[in-house]
Design a protein around this ligand. Sequence first.
Ligand code: FAD
Length: 509
Amino acid sequence: MTTLRLILGDQLNPCHSWFQEQRTDVIYVMMEIRQETDYVLHHAQKILAIFAGMRDLARVLKTQGHRVRYLRIDDVHNRQSLPANLDALIEHYEAACFEYQAPDEYRLDQQLATWCAQLSIESRMVDSEHFYTARDAAARQFSGRKQWLMEHFYRHMRTTHDVLMDAHKKPSGGQWNFDHDNRKRWPGTPFEPEDMRPRHDHSALWQSIVEAGVGSFGKPDAEQLAWPLNRHEALQQLEDFIELALPHFGDFQDAMSAHAWRMFHSQLSFAMNTKMLSPREVVDRAQAAYRSSAAPLPAVEGFIRQILGWREYVRGVYWAQMPGYDLLNAFGHDLPLPSWFWDGQTQMRCMAHAIGSSLDNAHAHHIQRLMVIGNFALLAGLDPAQVHQWYLGVYIDAFEWVELPNTLGMSQFADGGMLATKPYVSSAAYIDRMSDYCKGCYYDKKLRIGERACPYNALYWDFFLRNKQQLEANHRLGMVYRTLGRMEEADVVALQEQSATWRGNLDAL
Ligand code: FAD
């Protein structure tokens, strides 16, 4: 009696309990399919790295003696969709049982559940053994509340999992959050650590992807693919981060520079989201660095909060709000993405760098995603569904369960403030404070009106004017509306006209 076990492209965890025993009656199935390359237009490196990582895991499993059936993108037997391939394989192997690990995306979860429901053989979904929390943990914690505050969730997680807690069940260092220490501008030193990520030549794989007709965008970098493709490489990347960057992570967590696209961030999101690394081991390793005085508490706390807090929390939001969360559009924004989202050719230096980095590296760090690109999209009034599709496609770490709440909720406020207490927007002043982008920019950060005025300025004020009805009562925005109230009528009109000019021709910026 044969059992087929499906391994999805973001389930590259060789430590899963499935693999702890060798069974001759089990065949592991992995497939490179158009269904997964085509549901959104992806960055070239994302397709390459996932396929290369899948091939690597298949190799490791075979070396360990497991039976693996791997369907390559150009395999003549590949029917390019999960159900079609699985139907054929069940028939071919005369399988009597089908098992799969819980998918993280609603789309796949539904597809597999629906397909299993019509199977005439036994089927079973098992845990992916990756996350700290169950899918419904956040929903249970916030049951009945309108606003789901991450900080509450995070403190609960710290206590439950005994992370950065002292012997008296109090947070290490006497406080839960060191955010106020973590907002420094980067003066150029300490130097950004060397990029220690592994390099791979996957030009042959890239050629087969192109020949199969898979569409993509961004720089493939197939001869120098710089992402970890297996657990061994991911663990090495973790160690390099802990040693070289973590000590400065806190200080410069929000800093941006045209001369340093990685700054002191870990770039571990791809390895974690494809499950090469578990969040638990990353958190434990960072905590050990603090305990051994290899990194200061504010840096370690800031880093751990992202994983133990934000990462688990947004997953909880996703599962509580799907289906339908992807359709929310609280402000009714409907402008299409400007053309330079696809080539980075804009005169706004901050945008050119943040989008350029995204297109070149399939990565941009959090503040670039939130306070440069997302900030602009929200101020300009871009359609949140299109913004979501772009983020889902461009980033190497983008899987809907984590990307959607970050983009639609945190960044675009399209859920009306369930996830964020106020819209994450700013004028040029914030970008200038946290970066070196404004120096040398075509636009003038100090000007609000005129052809050379920084577009963020008029767009910022006009955003609050346009959405006054929805936002004025928000107590965190009192200062904004008081400032607007003190402005001369003529100045307000000038800001509105300037914003209309920008919004009427975003491609020209
Ligand atoms: P670091 O700065 O080194 O942080 C460490 C880890 O913390 C990350 O690897 C990640 O696993 C986790 N983390 C940090 N912030 C968040 C967050 N807000 N939500 C969830 N996990 C977090 N992250 C993704 O993994 N996939 C996405 O598709 C994604 N889309 C985003 C879209 C927008 C609009 C925004 C504002 C943020 C998004 N993030 C996403 C969160 C964050 O930007 C990335 O996790 C981070 O930039 C990855 O780089 P890093 O590994 O160097 O992170």
